[in-house]
Design a protein around this ligand. Structure first.
Ligand SMILES: [Zn+2]
Length: 240
């Protein structure tokens, strides 16, 4: 009987435990450290990156990333459709993500004894204005209207072809660079089999890493994840 009584007292004391004490226990628990969400930098989404404005600080010289790329900067010579040198320096620049992709593609082509030969990358707006002025109306689809600018003016487009790593010679493509005729179209069917094969190797390689061909010119590729706004008119000598 005594034992039962003691048990009852124990049970009642448990049931009547001070609720304030329980609360206090909860309150003094060490709170888990909270991450200040406002201090976190959100990782940029592709669409956010695409809306960013271009800057000359984003431009990088291709040859500095990989000196095995071949440069054939026609606008720095008289061998171009203008008939005189437009650039003072034979150099090629792109926005960093596009430049990195070009280098990756060039490296991948090496296993087939091929490399990329660069004709042009970033193009100052002043050059685009000159091209527009000297091009007859019937050929204007091959040059950008300086009113809108082009991806070249942002450093997001590249003109290029393939070369043989052993001989250093450019491969045979359906036309010369800047041939402003229907033969330059990516789907021009009357090229030789070898020319079509080379055109397809270039297209497949470029489109495997973020570029898209311009249908009227087999040599022109636009990088798809580049800033969509802003036009640059800095000269090559001003780029670090
Ligand atoms: Zn182009």
């Amino acid at each position: 009987m005594k034992i039962v009584f003691i048990f009852l007292i124990f049970a009642v004391s448990l049931a009547c435990q001070n609720p304030a004490a329980t609360t206090a226990k909860t309150e003094i628990e060490t709170p888990k450290p909270k991450i200040a969400e406002t201090n976190l930098t959100p990782s940029p989404t592709p669409s956010a990156t695409a809306k960013k404005e271009v800057s000359k600080d984003g431009l990088v010289e291709l040859i500095k990333l990989d000196d095995t790329l071949k440069l054939d900067i026609r606008y720095a010579t008289a061998n171009n459709f203008v008939g005189k040198a437009v650039y003072k320096e034979a150099r090629a620049f792109l926005q960093r993500p596009a430049a990195d992709a070009v280098v990756r593609i060039h490296q991948k082509l090496k296993k087939d004894n091929l490399g990329l030969v660069i004709f042009d990358g970033y193009r100052p707006l002043s050059a685009t204005k000159l091209f527009w002025e000297v091009t007859p109306a019937s050929k204007k689809k091959f040059v950008a209207n300086p009113k809108n600018g082009s991806r070249h003016n942002r450093g997001c487009a590249v003109d290029l072809s393939l070369f043989d790593l052993k001989t250093g010679e450019n491969l045979d493509l359906p036309t010369e660079y800047d041939d402003f005729t229907a033969k330059a179209a990516i789907d021009y069917a009357r090229a030789t089999e070898a020319q079509k094969k080379n055109r397809e190797i270039l297209r497949k390689a470029m489109e495997s890493d973020g570029f898209k061909v311009y249908a009227a010119e087999w040599w022109h590729y636009d990088f798809q994840n580049c800033p969509e706004t802003g036009i640059l008119d800095v000269q090559f000598s001003e780029i670090k």
